[in-house]
Design a protein around this ligand. Sequence first.
Ligand code: NAD
Length: 259
Amino acid sequence: MMLKGKTALVTGSTSGIGLGLACALAQQGARVMLNGFGDVEAARAEVASAGPGGEVDYHGADMSRPEEIEAMVRACEARFGAVDILVNNAGIQHVAPVQDFPAERWDAILAINLSSAFHTTRFALPGMLARGWGRIVNVASVHGLVASSQKSAYVAAKHGLVGLTKAVALETATTGVTVNAICPGWVLTPLVQKQVDARAARDGVDEAEATRRLLGEKQPSMAFTTPEQLGALAVFLCSAAADNVRGQAWGVDGGWLAQ
Ligand code: NAD
């Protein structure tokens, strides 16, 4: 119940990692504002049952639209009185060589995976500073620190998100607000399932073999990182023990970045 009385806004939390992070924060007593598309009611029920208080609300802001992002932050403040913990998690992927990369996909990835975090931060940070406490957790990726081919927009956006994390961590270094990034390797979510399926189709192999090949290329542990493991790290970053953890890009990647 370490986060009792705190409010967390988690973008892209109807699925995958964001849903796992929202559940982990709710388990610690935080009130949670969810965001994202798809099966909202299932996500809401899962997060409500994870938390002892079960206080959960939802805002459907499209994270590519700054005016909707502002409305979401204001709605969270109106509903729960604050945004104490901001988790910038919403993200999309598109895989193609740079010369074939659709310009519209580039713009969408940069908007959703990077610019949205700038907008949520600029709207939520003044309240955190006024209250003297806050946590911003940016869900970047190993691709915030190293590249893979055919992911130019994603790699550019995630490197940008790590840079934004460091810059805002410096600007807030003498305050009670900390800003850090989490850098997962492969996590088996809908976003990655599409890449497993594409690999199976490309190589003419079954899903188990496609998974083995996908992990074997990059992730030495040969095991997916789980949303629960990332949730535990986010809880740590929200704890008093992490008061002086600032501007970090923390890998949870089965050894990917050690190579
Ligand atoms: P996911 O597809 O399961 O979830 C993405 C979430 O973002 C969903 O809730 C979706 O509705 C939401 N979303 C997408 N577009 C949106 C928009 N325009 N506005 C609001 N919400 C939007 O994917 P995931 O794997 O859980 O990814 C979550 C984050 O973790 C992403 O930022 C991703 O880059 C990052 N990440 C994922 C992995 C992985 O292996 N899965 C690894 C490293 C980093």
